[in-house]
Design a protein around this ligand. Structure first.
Ligand SMILES: [Zn+2]
Ligand SMILES: [Zn+2]
Length: 285
């Protein structure tokens, strides 16, 4: 019953997204006062192909984010590799009772997906899936292409409004464009704020969960300087790792390297005392 509800919820939100994109772009293509419609009929195909390609890219990256495995932790992956923690590290992995496995560092159990996700970012209600290690890049590309599409559509819509002396007649003439404008303005604000946030996460090698729940995550809480991110090595490397789909990073190694680089005898003994019972503790929210 609950499973069916989640399946229908997924189908519903994805259909709503598709209908909204097709509604806005379709209106601009068929309404005779729009620049896009004029370009189509005056054979300015470069303009039309550019716009349609951008709409296609936005839809493609949306569904790639939805259907690519976000980085679910597989049980055999862990049991076959019990030595995943470096020998010179005191990291202790948290055990997920639901998935029945040890969570790699930076992973978290998602209640909606009912799975543990590597480098967990957040569970996105608009995509009805988790954003994690393997689909974060597609999510960022989805935000970028969608934001570009929204800005282009806003310009076309703005130019398409017709003038009129009376309010009633103006509304009758511009009803479709007014509806487009509402959808576009709300989407613009949501999308630009997410794009800025996730560009920051990409450059700094952090996640929504790590940024906003830092004090509940023991491997971050034990670092006294709250501005320090143990997974940040260089901006260039962070961006390469973010987009690189060909290899999986062992964050335990990166974390251990950071700890060894920044070993302060006093801080070490304090944090050791504090973290011994459970090295990686995650919040239950
Ligand atoms: Zn789990
Ligand atoms: Zn999820």
């Amino acid at each position: 019953m609950k499973r069916n509800f989640f399946v229908w919820k997924k189908i519903f939100v994805r259909l709503v997204h598709l209908v909204l994109i097709l509604f806005v772009t379709g209106n601009l293509l068929i309404q005779d006062n729009s620049e896009l419609h004029a370009a189509l009929f005056s054979q300015k195909y470069a303009y039309v192909i550019g716009y349609v390609s951008l709409a296609y890219a936005s839809i493609l990256f949306y569904f790639l984010t939805c259907f690519v495995d976000p980085g679910y932790v597989k049980r055999d992956e862990n049991s076959s590799n019990p030595q995943q923690i470096p020998s010179n590290s005191d990291i202790r992995l948290r055990y997920c009772e639901v998935c029945n496995l040890e969570q790699p560092i930076r992973s978290r159990h998602c209640i909606d997906c009912n799975r543990c996700v590597k480098k967990f970012d957040h569970h996105c209600v608009w995509l009805a899936t988790c954003v994690g290690e393997k689909n974060h890049r597609y999510f960022w590309l989805f935000l970028l292409s969608t934001e570009a599409l929204i800005v282009w559509s806003l310009i076309i819509t703005w130019k398409a409004f017709r003038q009129s002396d009376s309010m009633g007649r103006w509304l009758a003439l511009n009803l479709v464009y007014a509806m487009n404008m509402n959808v576009l303005l709300i989407s613009f604000l949501a999308c630009i704020s997410l794009l800025i946030m996730h560009t920051y996460f990409m450059i700094h090698n952090t996640t929504t969960w790590e940024l906003f729940s830092r004090r509940n995550i023991t491997y971050l809480r034990t670092i006294k300087d709250t501005k320090v991110n143990p997974f940040h090595e260089s901006y260039f490397r962070n961006i390469v790792l973010f987009f690189c789909a060909c290899r999986t990073v062992k964050w335990e190694n990166v974390y251990t390297r950071f700890k060894n680089r920044n070993l302060d005898p006093n801080e070490s003994s304090d944090s050791e005392r504090e973290t011994r019972p459970m090295e990686i503790e995650v919040s239950s929210d």
